[in-house]
Design a binder for this molecule. Structure first.
Ligand SMILES: Nc1ncnc2c1ncn2[C@@H]1O[C@H](COP(=O)(O)OP(=O)(O)O)[C@@H](O)[C@H]1O
Ligand SMILES: [Mg+2]
Length: 250
């Protein structure tokens, strides 16, 4: 495989996060190599979004180390590699049309308008939404709204993309097309990604590596192939949805 150099781009060491004295993340270690996709799974409320927010600098209330980038930069420094975040609920502005939604971050960066237009058009073409520039989010299907969110993430040519449940609420065909799109983005833009998903088909398709979060800790970490081989008891129970096993289903 020629993709990636094997260098670590995202590294988390001994992450702890507590809210109101209740520990949600209890010593998590994670690493993602350049050009790779880590799929992060776990039950609802297990802390997946919290981890993404810590990496993105949207939650400073943590202890431990979060390194972003392969030049020894820690998150929060100005020269960190460009990171994009695809929010769980899409995060589109209802009153803005598709063009303006995608352009939002570029304009905030102070990019000249002709360059904004070029990048917005390119990103919309990439996600198959050319011709929808003037539509409002409410005029789009759920799957198209997710694609706008992806276009917004890729338009600034990020090194890292954090996807929070990009296939949530989509039917299997649409989920599969979002998975294909994430693969296409990874391969053409050489992005390093963490993808939170509950969708096992999506996970199996896109995961280079998988981490399974349970009770604040990583209970499985390894290749996608090892995860789906079901040899790990946590992985097996999570995949098969069994009632009996190491995961307390309640
Ligand atoms: N800002 C916050 N204040 C208080 N509790 C929070 C906050 N953010 C998340 N939590 C709690 O942390 C836990 C993990 O949340 P989250 O990361 O959203 O779970 P997941 O994304 O795995 O479904 C939940 O119990 C949630 O209520
Ligand atoms: Mg979440």
């Amino acid at each position: 495989m020629t993709r990636g150099t094997g260098r670590t781009v995202i590294e988390i060491k001994n992450l702890h996060v507590a809210f109101d004295g209740r520990e949600v993340i209890s010593g998590v270690d994670l690493a993602v190599s350049r050009g790779q996709t880590l799929v992060l799974m776990g039950k609802n409320g297990s802390g997946k979004t919290v981890i993404l927010k810590c990496i993105a600098g949207l939650n400073d209330e943590y202890s431990g180390e979060i390194m972003v980038g392969d030049t020894g930069l820690s998150s929060g420094t100005k020269d960190r590699p460009h990171l994009a975040y695809v929010f769980q609920k899409g995060g589109l502005f209802d009153s803005m049309n598709v063009f303006d939604n995608v352009a939002f971050g570029l304009r905030r960066m102070g990019m000249p308008e002709d360059e904004v237009a070029r990048r917005v058009e390119q990103s919309l073409a990439r996600v198959g939404l050319k011709g929808n520039e003037g539509k409002l989010p409410s005029e789009l299907s759920g799957g198209m709204q997710k694609r706008v969110g992806l276009a917004r993430a890729v338009c600034a040519d990020p090194d890292i993309i954090l996807y929070d449940d990009p296939a949530a609420g989509l039917d299997p065909v649409l989920s599969d097309s979002i998975a294909d799109l994430m693969l296409e983005i990874r391969d053409s833009l050489k992005t390093t990604s963490i993808v939170v998903t509950h969708d096992l088909k999506v996970a199996e398709k896109i995961a280079d590596t998988v981490a399974l979060l349970y009770e604040g800790r990583i209970v499985f970490s390894g290749s996608g192939r090892d995860f789906f081989s079901r040899e790990n008891a946590y992985a097996r129970q999570f995949i098969d949805g069994d009632i009996l096993g190491p995961i307390d289903i309640m």
